[in-house]
Design a protein around this ligand. Structure first.
Ligand SMILES: C[S@@+](CC[C@H](N)C(=O)[O-])C[C@H]1O[C@@H](n2cnc3c(N)ncnc32)[C@H](O)[C@@H]1O
Length: 356
């Protein structure tokens, strides 16, 4: 996979609860996510806790201009950026931009120089300046949707808010065409779409096409709470397609699994290259990867089958801190991708428009 794991989230469940981050992340990203998302926090908690007591008791002096204070501010600013991309409230962009510009000035005056951190803030400022988030976008779609217990029990990397949104989307779908789920993993996203579709009176003979390489990677274990799956001890590189079939069994009549790989310059595999039959697409969920190459490859394969004014394209990783290339991709397609729904999670949905 292009988006390779360098480490593991310390608490993916906490990140999911906060509606952020799925898939492989580096230890630093994982720490940030937990910092933002978890009330339990990270391994820093005991040290910081003791440190605060020592400062209050006068045993230590806290210098607000020292390196540790600066790094704490960096973390908090990244947390603010994460919140912004999850909620995308345009009205909050101005004050965030002000904070981030101030942060850059402070970093410039600071002895500790880290180009990676600096360029992360510069990129964030650039994308905030050009973000066209519309405050008119629907933010509550799917909020009241209920998922059945069997569906809630499927291991997933996706937040509950997004899964409810998927169900709502398929339940209320009116336009013609099939549903494509890119990166179905154990099948939670596909099952939510299927549960919605099964309650849709206009479902006709639509299908959900679930695409994945179904190749197990060790980092996936962190997202697994099912004791049976944990006990199975699937090895890195093995197929987990059987588990997908097992978890989605009650929707077998609605879901078609495709074991294939979306090819990019870096994504090579002996598995067949992902293909699409050419039939009209009503909904497409993109959850393979946050890299530009994967999104461009997805567009090449599927966009010829998008329907002008009706196809809904969802980028599940849109709001994650490392997903700048997804946001750039959507921005470059302004006109073709018209913002539609912004659930309170990393996902963002667009309506496709054909540009001649
Ligand atoms: C973030 S997970 C999807 C989570 C899932 N939607 C859920 O409900 O939990 C990404 C999935 O995409 C698959 N994947 C990533 N890149 C791929 C590619 N280029 N071709 C095929 N599958 C890919 C991985 O095997 C993984 O199962």
């Amino acid at each position: 996979m292009a988006n390779h794991v360098v480490g593991m989230p310390q608490d993916p469940a906490a990140a999911k609860r906060a509606g952020v981050q799925n898939g492989p992340v580096s230890p630093v990203q994982a720490g940030l996510v937990n910092h933002f998302a978890s009330s339990r926090g990270t391994a820093f908690v005991p040290t910081l806790h003791q440190y605060i007591h020592d400062v209050i008791d006068g045993k230590r002096f806290f210098d607000p201009h020292a390196t540790d204070a600066m790094l704490m501010r960096v973390l908090l600013a990244i947390g603010e950026i994460q919140t912004y991309w999850c909620e995308e409230k345009r009205s909050e962009a101005i004050s965030l931009l002000k904070d981030l510009r101030g942060m850059l000035v402070d970093l410039g005056e600071f002895d500790f120089c880290d180009k990676r951190i600096r360029s992360f803030f510069e990129d964030s400022i650039r994308s905030l300046e050009t973000d066209a988030a519309a405050d008119t976008v629907d933010r509550v779609a799917g909020d009241n949707e209920e998922l059945s217990k069997p569906v809630r029990c499927i291991p997933t990397m996706v937040s509950a808010v997004t899964l409810r949104y998927y169900k709502w989307l398929a339940r209320t779908l009116e336009h013609p065409g099939d549903i494509v789920d890119l990166g179905s993993w154990m099948g939670a996203s596909s099952a939510c779409l299927a549960e919605g579709l099964s309650e849709n009176v206009r479902r006709k003979d639509r299908k959900i096409h679930a695409y994945d390489s179904f190749i197990w990677r060790d980092w996936m274990r962190t997202y697994t709470e099912d004791p049976e799956l944990l006990a199975a001890n699937i090895r890195d590189g093995d197929s987990f397609l059987d588990y997908f079939h097992r978890y989605t069994a009650c929707f077998r009549h609605l879901i078609e699994a495709h074991r294939s790989v979306l090819r990019t310059a870096t994504e090579q595999s002996p598995l067949p290259a992902l293909e699409w039959s050419g039939g009209p697409i009503a909904i497409l969920v993109m959850d393979f990867d946050h890299e530009r190459a994967a999104n461009e490859a997805m567009w090449r394969v599927f966009s010829p089958s998008f329907q002008d004014g009706s196809t809904i394209v969802i980028f599940n990783q849109y709001g994650n801190v490392p997903a700048g290339e997804v946001r750039d991709f959507c921005r470059n397609k302004t006109g073709e991708l018209v913002p539609l729904h912004k659930p309170r999670s990393s996902a963002k949905a667009f309506r496709y428009r054909h540009i001649a």
